[in-house]
Design a protein around this ligand. Sequence first.
Ligand SMILES: Nc1ncnc2c1ncn2[C@@H]1O[C@H](COP(=O)(O)OP(=O)(O)OP(=O)(O)O)[C@@H](O)[C@H]1O
Ligand SMILES: [Mg+2]
Length: 575
Amino acid sequence: MTAGGQVHRVQGPLVEAAGLPEVAVSSLVRLGARRVLGEIVGTREGVVTVEAYEYTGGLRPGDPVAVLGVPLSARLGPGLLGGVFDGLLRPLSDAPAWLEAGTVPDRLPPERRAFVPGVREGEVVGAGAELGVLRGAGVVHRVLVPPTAEGRVEALRGEGPCGDDDVVAVVGGVDVPLTTSWPVRRPRPVRERLAAGPPMITGQRVVDLLFPVARGGSACVPGGFGTGKTVLLQQLAKWCDADVIVYVGCGERGNEMADVLQEFAALSDPRTGGRLLDRTVVIANTSNMPVTARESAVASALTVAEYYRDMGLHVVVIADSTSRWAEALREFSSRTGDLPAEEGYPASLSSALAALYERAARVVTMGGREGSVTLVGAVSPPGGDLTEPVTTLTQRFVRATWSLDRDLAYARHYPAVSWGASYSRDVDLVAAWYADAGDPGWAARRAAVAGLLAEADRLAALAELLGVTSLPGHERMVLLAGRLLREGLLQQSALSERDAASSPARSAALTGMMLDVVTACQDLVARGVPATTIEEADFSPVLRAREDAGADDLGEIERRRRAVLGMLRSLGEAT
Ligand SMILES: Nc1ncnc2c1ncn2[C@@H]1O[C@H](COP(=O)(O)OP(=O)(O)OP(=O)(O)O)[C@@H](O)[C@H]1O
Ligand SMILES: [Mg+2]
């Protein structure tokens, strides 16, 4: 359906149109001869307010307005994986300026994908039921009955190559093409939301050991300028154990997106032997692209994630940065004359953030499979002020906060995740999951590490006032423990070949090693060995284990544990 009207007023991305018949809010429109895409955000007394997603330069009063009558929707199909898209999920195949020619590698050729039917004609299927699978799609790509269809399978495609727009089946009188469409602002329906259970393993020790995020949970990474938000998110994207990764560059630098693409294309995927890029969707709305499309970039990303979740996959959405997303809301609402609330953000910021993070969930899908969408977003508070509205409101809605500390970053302690200011609401559920999964010691190790770190911070403040030597021996051992844990366990260089990602077994071995060494030191002071003697001992074998031991070489960690424990024992015997 199209109906015509005229542009009435243009004010940046805000366009007013008149002369339109009855139109629905959130319907798409095309503006002027260039057919600039926009979305209706309000109607009042015959005047329709449109938010334009593209540059409105040249648009004038009197220019034609065509109403498309459909909401902003994402095209969902196998062409997503390995692709790079703009905020409206249009392929960025003609590489924008910030992507040098040749940096976007070829995607999986569609002719290598084959549909394999999994039902028979005549069967009755419900929404979300599996019609078949698509081979060669990078992941286990289930072709599903759309959420809005159900009924008898009246026709079904045979086994063989299947193009993006080919019809796979006719269900209840409705054609089901391989590529379907879904409105980005409407969460795809699920049968049931599940409580948190298994963690998403990120490969970053400070996260996995201290502040885990559950699958289907959400986390934010607040941090001032240059504290390592982007590097941490990129590490997550590269190493986390999600099946599909949706990476959204939202208002950040374009060259960082180019880096992401290049690195992903170079990384081989331990699961498939292919490239990591082949199970990644990159959505780029960088700082040089239209601000209004930022908001839809995040909604598009979540829709893509829900599409793969419905196939029974675990998906992570990584957004850098949600502050730029919130700024887009602010910029637009200031133009519509909304009454601003705190720091100029609209009063609706809180509900917009809530709606965003609510789309993260572990669910039983319509088709009865378990799937999840985990959402991780960077927050970049201006001036590093963590009391500003986006940071404080976000923390209300996420399950975990990994707060980056400027002092740690200056000291080149990376990742600069503050153990004092970070938290995870999923610790207990994750601990129960580890216990079930054969690691009942996880909770105790976490408690021991967190306790020592907090106590070491408290004592360090005291030692600064009074001098270390005025502290009793066992407290000096806590200070030593703090140093060992910070340097030998929490620090993890993104650039390290062996340590960039740490498997749960490796993290557990390194933690166990450090805690055993700390216990041995405490025993020595208790037996009268001078604290100074212990402090001056050579701990470098355990401190360097994270860098020296191969990614899977738990034996080396064990050897170093024994060597240092032996060294401490001989210290005890010598005194
Ligand atoms: N885990 C890490 N390992 C090694 N180096 C790191 C790590 N994290 C951060 N760095 C260093 O810190 C620099 C800044 O990090 P990054 O660009 O991620 O900060 P940011 O918080 O995203 O900054 P901005 O506020 O500008 O977006 C990196 O270029 C890198 O040198
Ligand atoms: Mg950054």
